[in-house]
Design a protein around this ligand. Structure first.
Ligand code: PEP
Ligand code: MN
Length: 338
């Protein structure tokens, strides 16, 4: 339910409502707007009629149900876009989020040389998997904590913020010691135990759309994280599986403007996993900017031929540099900057 306070309702009346929501067994989510405050009361659907009595409390304008199942990430409770602060950067603002780096952390040399190159080209974030969720158990699984240490060192050298994947609830605290943004991969989008644990930390989460997930499934996965208290969530469209086999996945760019109508969270695009093909990364990156994405995540490798994973879709550092130059023109058209 949403409890809409009257314009200018004093602090005591808002606090009273928050206390009453708690007494009724719900979690209050106050949103302090310029004009008025609204308080979401989230919890068991079955007893929500009890919240209706709050309509007669002092300072309350109206009590209404939240109609969408994604209550916290939807637009009914909060209509302003969410801006996530990460150091001096902010995601979901005029500043465009550019994440680049290899699929996997393979060695110190590989990661640090890539970090320096992507930094020079304009990226603010370095990606690289230390825990790899591979389709085959016989493929490279990642350097684990040693990989996280290399990421940290690359961050100290370049100033880039780290985006890296966590694949099990057990590793959430370990990964959050090293990462600035914790990535949930497509294969884990519906791992609700992992999502709940990520809801309890105070680091941003980048949630990738599952290969066979609808937009509603993605928003419900984000709701799992938000319902535990962490609303710093970045959604990532990375392509879905369709009957088309000419590309690795099918990049659903219409998801970007549609999600932005349904949800206040920032949305970025991963054209590397979406296409699986190096030559398609640049055109789809430009298209992502044009359809309103808040950022891009692009795989870059100094020697794609020898990459432990995803070499075929990785750009060479020079190609990434060329792409960011081109992208800047598109960003101007969209009123954005790197
Ligand atoms: C990745 O970004 O490294 C990755 C594994 O991507 P996805 O989860 O989208 O397949
Ligand atoms: Mn990859």
């Amino acid at each position: 339910m949403i409890i809409v306070m009257k314009e200018g309702a004093p602090k005591e009346q808002i606090e009273h409502i928050i206390d009453r929501i708690k007494e009724l067994g719900y979690t209050p989510h106050p949103i302090y707007g310029e004009q008025r405050t609204v308080v979401g009361a989230i919890g068991d659907e079955r007893g929500k009629f009890r919240l209706e009595s709050l309509a007669s409390a002092p300072g309350v304008e109206v009590v209404m149900p939240i109609l969408k199942p994604y209550k916290l990430v939807g637009m009914e409770l909060k209509t302003e876009p969410t801006v996530i602060k990460i150091g001096k950067h902010s995601v979901g603002s005029k500043e465009f989020m550019l994440i680049a780096g290899p699929c996997s952390v393979e060695s110190r040399e590989q990661l640090i040389s890539t970090a320096k190159a992507v930094k020079k080209a304009g990226a603010q974030y370095l990606r690289g998997g230390a825990f790899k969720p591979r389709t085959s158990p016989y493929s490279f699984q990642g350097l684990e904590e040693d990989g996280l240490k290399i990421l940290k060192e690359a961050s100290e050298i370049t100033g880039l913020k780290i985006v890296t994947e966590v694949i099990t609830p057990t590793d959430v605290l370990l990964v959050s010691k090293y990462a600035d943004v914790l990535q949930v991969g497509a294969r884990n989008m519906a791992n609700f135990a992992l999502l709940k644990d990520l809801g309890k930390i105070n680091k941003p989460v980048m949630l990738k759309r599952g290969m066979a997930a609808t937009i509603k499934d993605l928003l419900m996965a984000a709701e799992y994280i938000a319902s535990e208290g962490n609303s710093d969530i970045i959604l990532c469209e990375r392509g879905i599986r369709t009957f088309e086999s000419a590309t690795r996945n099918t990049l659903d760019l219409s998801a970007v403007p549609l999600i932005k109508k349904l949800c206040h969270l920032p949305v970025i695009v991963d054209p590397s996993h979406a296409t699986g093909a190096r030559d398609l990364v640049a055109p789809m990156s430009k298209a992502a900017v044009a359809c309103g994405a808040d950022g891009l995540m692009i795989e870059v490798h100094p020697n794609p031929e020898k990459a432990f994973s995803d070499g075929a879709q990785s750009l060479l550092p020079d190609q990434f540099m060329e792409l960011t130059k081109e992208l800047k023109k598109y960003l101007v058209l969209e009123g954005r900057e790197l």
